[in-house]
Write a protein that binds this ligand. Structure first.
Ligand code: SF4
Length: 250
């Protein structure tokens, strides 16, 4: 069964390699991490105060009553097709952690349908789950891998899976890593990123400023740009936060 938190678009991809591309997003429910270190405060439907990332409504199963469940890919495809414009957009699978559904046959059918129809699929993942990439069509998926660093609050064991990163980088035609960094974390981030890059095949790297509001992004962006320039990494802004201040569904 596939659990979906929201389907929205067309809008633009707000970050990473395909920033600015017209896109439709499918946000899957559940995550294998909670990333309390990102310090976005929220309240669950039963009134418990917690900290996590800005996608807590998808990652925290306390919100699962608000998600839609699909036993088959067909109704999900129909839902997505209803909002597709009359030109090709990117289909972005995000979460939560969408790769929690990788072994689900209906999840695979969903992706294959759009690849077969000429759409570009991006999977936004934390890169920590082992997946088997068997089919040639799966090579066309862009893996946008947001590996978590120690500022996420997660243990190394949970957030870093060298085997799975190596597998995705080697198998997919296109993949890249992106790291969320803030200006108080630069030197530690540098050390942690260098260690990760030493253990995996060569891959494109993007740095993004931490923040769930345009003000916080502004405060972090210059030092993150400088770090990118000093290391030959790329900088990715977070346009959806700058333009919409992280409002849902745009
Ligand atoms: S891995 Fe991503 S979606 Fe999951 S809790 Fe961390 S930041 Fe949020």
């Amino acid at each position: 069964m596939i659990e979906v938190n929201e389907v929205f678009g067309p809008t633009i991809q707000g970050e990473g390699k395909r920033i600015g591309n017209p896109s439709v997003f499918v946000r899957f429910g559940r995550c294998n991490m909670s990333c309390t270190g990102f310090e976005v405060e929220y309240e669950t439907p039963s009134g418990i105060k917690k900290f996590s990332c800005d996608s807590y409504h998808a990652s925290d199963s306390a919100f699962s009553d608000q998600w839609d469940r699909y036993e088959s890919s067909k109704p999900l495809i129909e839902r997505v097709n209803k909002i597709l414009p009359n030109y090709k957009v990117d289909i972005v699978l995000t979460g939560g952690e969408p790769l929690l559904y990788w072994k689900d046959e209906e999840f695979q059918k969903f992706m294959k349908y759009y690849i077969d129809h000429g759409y570009h699929i991006t999977i936004e993942t934390n890169g920590s789950l082992d997946i088997n990439l068997i089919h040639d069509w799966q090579k066309k998926i862009l893996f946008s891998i947001s590996v978590k660093l120690s500022n996420s609050g997660e243990s190394v064991k949970k957030r870093l899976n060298i085997k799975s990163l190596t597998n995705m980088i080697n198998f997919a035609d296109e993949s890249y890593l992106k790291f969320v960094v803030d200006k108080l974390f630069l030197s530690k981030a540098q050390e942690e990123i260098d260690n990760i890059l030493n253990d995996i095949p060569s891959v494109e790297v993007y740095l993004m400023p931490l923040g769930d509001t345009a003000d916080i992004i502004d405060k972090n962006s210059l030092s993150v740009i400088e770090m990118a320039i000093n290391n030959g990494f790329k900088y990715s802004d977070r346009l959806h936060i700058r333009v919409w201040n992280n409002k849902r569904g745009v």
